[in-house]
Ligand binder design. Structure first.
Ligand code: 6GU
Length: 250
């Protein structure tokens, strides 16, 4: 897979590229990340990529010409283009899985107040937000999107880790413990030391469901509406919700 990143700040990605999982995926050629400096496509001596907004108002807008030339230099038209922006649809794990199937993704990084609307109209990127808050530029969002996709590529991390993590069954993950068995008086739950795999599985599912009900009731709604969800998960959710009504959580 290849990511083409159009940015005014290619240096922003230095630390990201050195991250263990990412650098391993890069050196084993599972992914390529091509950083394209938007300033190389300017024609004026100040190499300026931003300008005032028509109609007046605070903040600068990324100019269309250098962005279009940068996009054309990689024949972006017709390819999957992503523009991270707080105005976009909210990114989620399902979109990460979809992007992981695509061979080449172009990401346009905006700054300041955004990019000229005509780039959006002409190149039709997916407009994607990484959450309901405002960043000063798209670079952190581009890293978030790349990270979430690269770790899903075959062979980048162990398949079992992916299967068991949060969201893989629509639920938040159960609590995890490592050694020592007792830490500052706090003991690892007995069931995890029992070696009884069936009980461990049941305990983990129960904890996952309790946590999801308390923290993300919206996810519970989606799971219950999903016809693909296992009957074990569905039944356990119903049971725990009924118990909660009578006893409350403890
Ligand atoms: Cl993708 N960009 C910016 N600038 N701010 C954001 C965002 C993206 N997602 C949430 N806030």
């Amino acid at each position: 897979m290849i990511f083409q990143i159009i940015t005014l700040f290619p240096d922003f990605f230095k630390g990201f590229l050195e991250n263990t999982i990412i650098s391993r995926a890069l050196s084993s050629n599972k992914v390529r990340i091509n950083l394209i400096d938007c300033r190389n496509f300017t024609k004026d001596k100040y190499r300026s990529c931003d300008d005032y907004t028509y109609g007046g108002g605070a903040g600068m807008i990324i100019k269309p010409e250098p962005l279009a030339l940068a996009l054309d230099s990689i024949q972006a038209k017709g390819k999957k283009i992503v523009y991270p922006t707080p105005l976009g649809v909210v990114y989620n794990q399902k979109m990460a899985y979809e992007y992981a199937e695509i061979k080449e993704i172009v990401i346009i990084c905006g700054r300041y107040e955004g990019i000229d609307q005509r780039i959006i109209d002409l190149y039709k990127p997916d407009e994607v937000s990484i959450g309901d808050y405002i960043l000063s530029g798209s670079e952190p969002a581009a890293s978030v999107i790349m990270d979430s996709v690269i770790r899903l590529l075959p062979g980048v991390i162990k398949g079992e880790s992916l299967k068991e993590e949060s969201f893989s069954n629509g639920l938040l993950e159960y609590p995890q413990y490592t050694r020592p068995e007792i830490f500052r008086g706090e003991k690892v739950p007995n069931v995890l030391l029992s070696g009884h795999h069936e009980n461990i599985k049941k305990w983990r599912l129960k904890k996952s469901i309790e946590k999801t009900i308390m923290r993300r009731p919206d996810l519970i709604e989606s799971i219950m509406a999903d016809s693909n969800i296992s009957s074990e998960i569905r039944k356990t959710i119903k049971k725990i919700m009924e118990e909660e009504l009578t006893d409350g959580f403890n």
